[in-house]
Unconditional design. Sequence first.
Length: 596
Amino acid sequence: MTETILVAVAWPYANAEIHVGNITGSHLPGDIFARYHRLNGDRVLMVSGTDSHGTPVSLKADARGVSVETVYKEYHNGFLDLFQELGIDYDLFTTTHTQNHFKVSQSIFLALQKNGYLYEKSSAQWYSPTSNRFLPDRYVEGTCYICGAEGARSDQCDNCGNPLEAEKLINPRSKIDGSTPELRDTVHFYLDLSKLEPAVAQYLRERKSYWRETVIGQSLGQIESEGLKPRAITRDLDWGIPVPLKGWEGKCLYVWFEAVIGYLSAAIEWAQFSGHSNDWKDWWTNPSAKAYHFIGKDNIFFHAAWWPAQLMGTGAQFLEIYSGETGKPLTLPYDVPANMFMNLEGRKISGSHNWAVWGKDFLSRYDPDALRYYLTVNMPENRDTEWDWEDFLHRNNDELVATWGNLANRVLSFCYKHWDGHIPEPGELTPADNELLATVEAGFDSVGKEMEAVHLRAALAEAMRLATEVNKYLDREAPWQAVKTDKAAAGRTIYTAIRAIDSLKTMFAPFLPFTCERLHTYLGYTQPLFGTQKVETIQDNLGDHNVLRYNPGEASGCWKPGQIEPGRALQQPAPLFKKLDPSIVAEERARLGNPQ
């Protein structure tokens, strides 16, 4: 049965390049999951974009002495380049700085206000007398009053992960000039999450059976121990989405409130581009649609508790305010398969200290599927994991190259040489041949089951196990020797192995799309497994911006055993992967911590 799947991936801030922790945390798992469902014939919409607002971007612009728009576009365009190189195939990767996102976010705000979930409140906020301005969250740092860590922001401590009350921060200082700010009262809108707490708690309890324990523990556990407290959703800023009410000039929607709305606004923007402006409703007002949110562990509470609360509070009022239609309630997240963190060589990744493996830098020396493979086998699905350069070397050489790459290359090269570039006629298959094919073809169920549950490491491990079974079969049948004395028997074995490789190619494709497309071509197929993506420039009244769009083409619904026929012409095969020299370990470790 065809499913309607929304793949919503965390929006990266436009203040830093993307490193391997970001990739394995959200972008890669979202892409693997989307590719699987596309191959399975499901209707998939995968969206994300650059988080262009908020203080991280403003701070970067202040530090460089340039406009915020200059900074966000620079990083945004870099993200588009990286995703194309790495094969992260978004149906739409856009930005929060668009006329569409402004309108959608303001409509959500007004719907919440209409439904009685917003109220005004005067509260103390840090103010800089030297700069003559209120200081938003990341403009103030100090000592965390909960864990004692230095460098805590006034809204959240990255060390202990707790949200903070700004006025309790110890030894606060302005990040603009290092001066000591003072507390002054300012009025903001608050979202009354306490009214929505019972519904959110029930929503989470209903998902305990299939959500990751880490996600349920952090979200439901925090609600049961501390409750859902009202949170301010506006800030004193001049860069962001204006509050859509008279008298509120100079204040914007809080970035954590409006950035998550991007999952909805991106779907609407995608529908507008497609020429079918109402298609977004298939994912957002359809009770049978399943929305999966791929994020890192630092964003769990916002996506598993706060975002559902926003959607519940909006109710059916969004469409009425946005377009004047009578609408349905918006779809709640079906699953939030958040990943933990990836560390690096025994330390936390730190961009400021260049203690990171940067995506674009990595791809300047290595192939994308090598990165995708290592980040999947080492994906931090339930606990923090570690990038280790020596482990990367061995995983590449001993698994990717030796088990899967060599299997495909030696069989196809042998076939191309001894049967004039055509798949041999097998004659009648033996019980051993049929047993192997049955074992491999059962992988469409076993790998698919793990994919459906978003157990991506387990799914890849199962595909690699099946590749090992084909290698064992070839070791037993030894066609390399049989061809000298019984070419017909060797041909039967090679035909069987190619049938198995054809099926494995599809199972590996969500993880290794570049090499599997090449292998698909070597096997004589002309219709690609996946579509294509390209960058387009869009203009609205906020200016121009680039987006990444995916064209699915005609490829779909091929998650099933290959039926490659005897006599088909192959293309000249070549090795799929590169064996790496052990010297790269010392070379790459020497790069860590050095200025870029």
